[in-house]
Ligand binder design. Structure first.
Ligand code: DX5
Ligand code: ZN
Length: 232
């Protein structure tokens, strides 16, 4: 298992780019991951969908296991599942670097976070576009990452919601108040045009599916997003 770096150990101005393999060509996934790594990706974002929490299916622990050892990129695993308790152990065993649960999913969220942290993994909490940022507050003392959804979860290739910058800046305030090093990652509709909006609002990590793996030149696609985050 590759560790996810702690926010406190990362240079302030270096935005993380985490390509989502949901948009990769699954027939040549290894080749595409290699290109993303060579193109300067920081983490790999792995979207897990159960057909209940979101109306789509994606990958399971076998994919995470195959990627672990193949790449040195951390696997930032995003659990879009109704009952995360059922999946935490299999994904830890498979080699996930971090597990991010949705605050809207079922179960004792605090207990689940503690269980993940006890195993030495980073733990994140994600919120959907209509969830109030203050709902995160009870977990801020424990988590390493907050994942703000800038689309309704379930599918790649959707447009960045206009309401997202406000959601991101509200979360940034919550993190500031906590005084803790917590990643603020944004997921959905990130491309070279929206990346700057997310960063300006307070994001320090960006997920990009279609804007990276949906492009013919993966290296150039990452470079364009990177450049957009540096134009501040
Ligand atoms: C959506 C997923 C995203 C998705 C992003 O439910 O959580 O991670 O892969 O895809 P793009 O960047 O294409 O919006
Ligand atoms: Zn995601």
């Amino acid at each position: 298992m590759i560790k996810l770096p702690a926010r406190a150990d990362w240079p302030k101005d270096n935005t993380i780019i985490a390509p989502s393999i949901l948009s990769a060509n699954q027939l040549i996934l290894g080749e595409q991951i290699k290109q993303a790594q060579q193109g300067g990706a920081d983490w790999l974002h792995i979207d897990i969908m159960d057909g209940h929490f979101v109306p789509n299916l994606s990958f399971g622990p076998a994919t995470v296991k195959a990627i672990d050892g193949f790449t040195t990129l951390a696997q930032d695993v995003h659990l879009m599942v109704e009952k995360p308790a059922d999946f935490i152990e299999p994904f830890i065993k498979a080699g996930a670097s971090s597990l991010t649960l949705h605050i809207e999913s079922k179960g004792d969220i605090r207990k689940l976070i503690e269980g993940i942290k006890d195993k030495g993994l980073s733990c994140g909490i994600s919120i959907k576009p209509d969830t109030k940022p203050c709902d995160i507050a009870p977990y801020v003392d424990l988590i390493d990452l907050i994942l703000v959804m800038s689309v309704y979860p379930g599918f790649g290739g959707q447009a960045f919601l206009a309401s997202s910058p406000k959601q991101i800046s509200d979360i940034r305030e919550i993190i500031k108040t906590s005084g803790r090093g917590i990643w603020l990652e944004v997921d959905g509709g990130i491309n070279k045009d929206t990346a700057a909006k997310a960063v300006e609002a307070g994001a320090d990590a960006l997920v990009a599916g279609n804007a990276v793996f949906g492009q013919s030149d993966i290296k150039q696609a990452i470079a364009q997003i990177r450049q957009a985050t540096e134009l501040k």
